[in-house]
Design a protein around this ligand. Sequence first.
Ligand SMILES: NC(=O)c1ccc[n+]([C@@H]2O[C@H](COP(=O)([O-])OP(=O)(O)OC[C@H]3O[C@@H](n4cnc5c(N)ncnc54)[C@H](OP(=O)(O)O)[C@@H]3O)[C@@H](O)[C@H]2O)c1
Length: 309
Amino acid sequence: MKIWLAGASGLVGSAFAAAAARRGHRVIGIVNGFTGEIIGLAEQRNLDLTDQAATNTAVLDAFPDAIVNAAAIAAPEACDADPVRSQAMNVELPANLARAAHHLSARFIHLSSEQVFDGARTEPYAITDPVSPLNLYGRQKVASEQAVQAAAAEFAVTIRAPLLMGNSLSGRRSTHERLFADWREGKTPRLFVDEFRQPCTAENLAEVMLELCERRDLRGLFHWAGDELVSRHELGRRVREHFKLTATEAPLGSITRATVGEAARKRQACLALALKPLIGKLKTRPQTLAEQLSELRVPGPCQAWYLRR
Ligand SMILES: NC(=O)c1ccc[n+]([C@@H]2O[C@H](COP(=O)([O-])OP(=O)(O)OC[C@H]3O[C@@H](n4cnc5c(N)ncnc54)[C@H](OP(=O)(O)O)[C@@H]3O)[C@@H](O)[C@H]2O)c1
């Protein structure tokens, strides 16, 4: 299958490129400013995906069997900092790619987020539950889901993903990589003891996306996540334990939502996702936290610190 992959240098995109190449697919990877090598790509192109005309030309020239959108402004703070650019990347781009997929009769895989929900309840959210985003990023993800569905209902799958673990190309992007960066700089990351997430790895999510490229019988909106709900603080503690770091080498501070005042209004307390119906339809399984931790590597920028600590 020929796959046109937007965001090939990102945490999820790079995992997807590697997984797709292992399964024999030809992947054309689109990046913005990234210039390094990305394993699994047959072709690598630099393109500003906020340029709609250039994006359309690139997709139509490639004439792919599937379009995978792993490009985004994926951090809520970055969306707040530049609402115009994040609207272009998080809403207008997926809408544009969905129209292209419809035009080409190509499969379209898009990524949304758990942050379409407000996290005010502890039971898992089902795909049928009403959305209730607390921040701009969540609102843009809701708008993207609706735009994709409107433009290419018969070709598109949107997956709401949770907080992601995994190994990024920069070594600075995922949950454990950010913790390592703080520890290397002698900082004490402060993690919420009362915010709960259901993380999965980018690599596991990539396997799901790949299966969905191949499974044209599955369409619409789905949830994917890991097998366990943990607090952010417990996640940090498990990362530290997995890499056999001591509390002195890798200190962790505790905070509660009550201590951050107004900022808590934009943060979700508990984001648990019900994985039905997707979980019953795929070969890929959700992973336990132990399985996820076993896949994590010491991030490149922190290897020297880790070895000499
Ligand atoms: N990370 C998470 O915890 C998480 C959780 C739930 C859902 N998601 C969703 O999963 C998807 C992938 O997220 P991620 O964490 O893999 O993102 P990421 O690591 O931040 O990667 C973003 C990708 O988008 C590209 N990009 C950004 N602006 C661009 C532009 N103007 N033109 C071309 N490319 C551009 C980047 O290219 P350069 O590297 O060249 O800049 C990079 O390849 C997103 O839809 C995100 O919302 C992520």
